[in-house]
Design a protein around this ligand. Sequence first.
Ligand code: HEC
Ligand code: HEC
Length: 332
Amino acid sequence: MKTKLTRIALAVTALLGTAVIQAADTEPIQPIKPPANVNLGMVELGKKLYFDPRLSKSGFISCNSCHNLSMGGTDNIPTSIGDKWQQGPINAPTVLNSSLNVAQFWDGRAADLKEQAGGPIANPGEMAFTHTLAIDVLQSIPGYVREFKQVFGTDKIDIDQVTTAIAEFEKTLVTPNSRFDQWLLGKKDALTKDELEGYKLFKDSGCVACHNGEGVGGNSFQKMGIVEPYKGNTSDGRAAVTGNDADRFNYKVPTLRNVEMTYPYFHDGAYWTLTEAVDVMGRLQLGKKFTKEENARIVAFLKTLTGEQPKFLLPILPPSSDKTPRPTPFGK
Ligand code: HEC
Ligand code: HEC
């Protein structure tokens, strides 16, 4: 009896499973999968490092300062504020779902999250530290020495372990179960009529040529300003990495997941509202001027891409010891 029921249950699951996959497969956007295969001990350690401002020269700036997980993984300002209140050159993209990206940074200069994570600690305009000093700080904190030993099995902390742990934590920062994903997975009443019409416009106008896949972006580099040039603060974009002039003004297509939370928009953070961003995209990328109503529907659709935000207890960081090098918040 029990086995028979189990078999029926399995058959039903298998059937539903295929139906779900087929429904999602015919759309250019796929639902986000919850994080799988993460090392939980490493995630906990990486979470602490992500929130630890002692990895910065000032002792004041952590990853979370610019990628605030209470605010969609961004800082919600046009360009970031770094060490000594320096104004950064470019808008901070969200860390949410960044594990789905083809590469990291607007110009894709880091291949993956691990490579990316070493950058900001040593960037003079961001955390302004050195990897050696960051390791000295961690090695002086007994709580960290214990935890690194548990996770990596050695008494000696190095930058490779630090970036590995941060990247592992970042893998958990995905946002499944948005209303749009529920719709993709078969819940037909998850979207309103306006939102569905917005999605249809998004597809039929050609937005999906660049914003597609699980991340609704993040998987290719494209020119900003195909039909009309972008008038904002332009940098070289992808050409800075490839040295190829054809890649000028090419940027990694940003993910549109949680886009309602990640304002202001574009690499220079010049536009604050989705209404403006959709208008700019329509005109510059597709040569299309949307009516007010069309624009509002696309915006309504974009807002259905907000998923479940990562939930966890705020990590409590191990205290410094008498030997911990002191922060230098005001220069020196
Ligand atoms: C002072 C602000 C600041 C701090 C601190 C900071 N970042 Fe960033 N982060 C940025 C900016 C700005 C960019 C975009 C830079 C670029 O593309 O050239 C970025 C890019 C990224 C990206 C790439 C996302 C994408 O879609 O390309 C990831 C991932 C990331 N940061 C993670 C981290 C981690 C992990 C830390 C801590 C070790 C950190 N950041 C610290 C501002 C900051
Ligand atoms: C040819 C490729 C392409 C097409 C087509 C395209 N986009 Fe984009 N989209 C991009 C790129 C590249 C960026 C980043 C540009 C930058 O920051 O300079 C972007 C940025 C955005 C942003 C800002 C996201 C952020 O976090 O800054 C929104 C919103 C957006 N697109 C929506 C749309 C909509 C809606 C359409 C259809 C009307 C569309 N896009 C069509 C490539 C494209």
